[in-house]
Design a binder for this molecule. Structure first.
Ligand code: ZN
Length: 249
């Protein structure tokens, strides 16, 4: 059966002499993997359409009961060369793609998540602040996949977050200082300003998102909370988090 879909290339791996295994996040069917036969030799069918970050239209062929579908050709819709030209942009972009590979369920359609991925990669390619975009990406993408942390009230007593709250990674939300029984490790804290920024970034139209100007302190607080949140969702550290911290230190 033949089909085609709009997609963003999120992973690529060489296979044998000339083939490639491509992981992509598609508008119609979410995250999928396919083999592109002769991809390293056939410029006519693929061009640069299978490079990481590229937004393309993929022509697919699949048989029932076959694990891997086949990518017959790729048409480029948006090429994103400038992401890999700068270390900080490349590191932020790598973390976005790793989040999609790790969190998007295989074969599950999620058009809103696709639009967020595509839109934020466009902004990254256009040279907007990579670290700011990465935080927006985490806030929006995780929420669309059902991993939104609960920050609008203490998860135990329900009090409003109008003072410093403690982020509890295991529970995926905040507790006030009266309700927290310390886990012994140092839990990240979130100020009312950081929580306010989170909900603005979550709801704001993506076209206007660059108007938000959070302080460096707010971003640091959210980074720590999201690092803890992601580790609890995945049960491990993201590989690209290490690369990012090396680049940004
Ligand atoms: Zn409480």
């Amino acid at each position: 059966m033949k089909s085609r879909t709009e997609a963003v290339i999120i992973g690529t791996m060489n296979l044998g002499e000339a083939d490639k295994i491509i992981t992509f996040f598609s508008l119609d069917r979410g995250r999928l993997r396919g083999v592109a036969r002769n991809a390293r030799k056939s410029f006519r069918r693929f061009g640069a359409g299978l490079e990481l970050f590229t937004h393309c239209r993929l022509h697919l062929f699949e048989r029932e009961h076959q694990d891997l579908l086949r990518i017959e050709s790729a048409e480029i819709l948006t090429q994103r060369f400038s992401i890999t030209e700068d270390l900080e942009r490349a590191a932020a972009g790598a973390m976005m793609l790793e989040l999609v590979r790790e969190l998007a369920p295989e074969g599950e359609r999620n058009p809103n998540a696709f639009l967020v991925v595509n839109h934020i990669l466009n902004l990254l390619d256009a040279g907007e602040d990579p670290l700011f975009l990465l935080r927006i990406f985490q806030i929006r993408f995780l929420s669309l996949l059902g991993y939104q942390p609960k920050l609008d009230a203490c998860m135990s007593c329900g009090c409003a977050p109008d003072r410093k709250m403690i982020f509890h990674g295991l529970k995926g939300g905040v507790l006030c200082s009266s309700c927290l029984v310390s886990s012994g490790s140092e839990d990240p804290t979130l100020s009312a300003g950081a929580i306010g920024f989170y909900y603005q970034a979550l709801r704001m139209d993506l076209d206007k998102i660059l108007r938000l100007k959070p302080s460096a302190e707010i971003l640091r607080e959210l980074d720590k909370a999201f690092a803890s949140h992601t580790v609890h969702i995945l049960g491990k550290q993201l590989k690209s988090a290490c690369f990012l911290s090396t680049v940004c230190s």
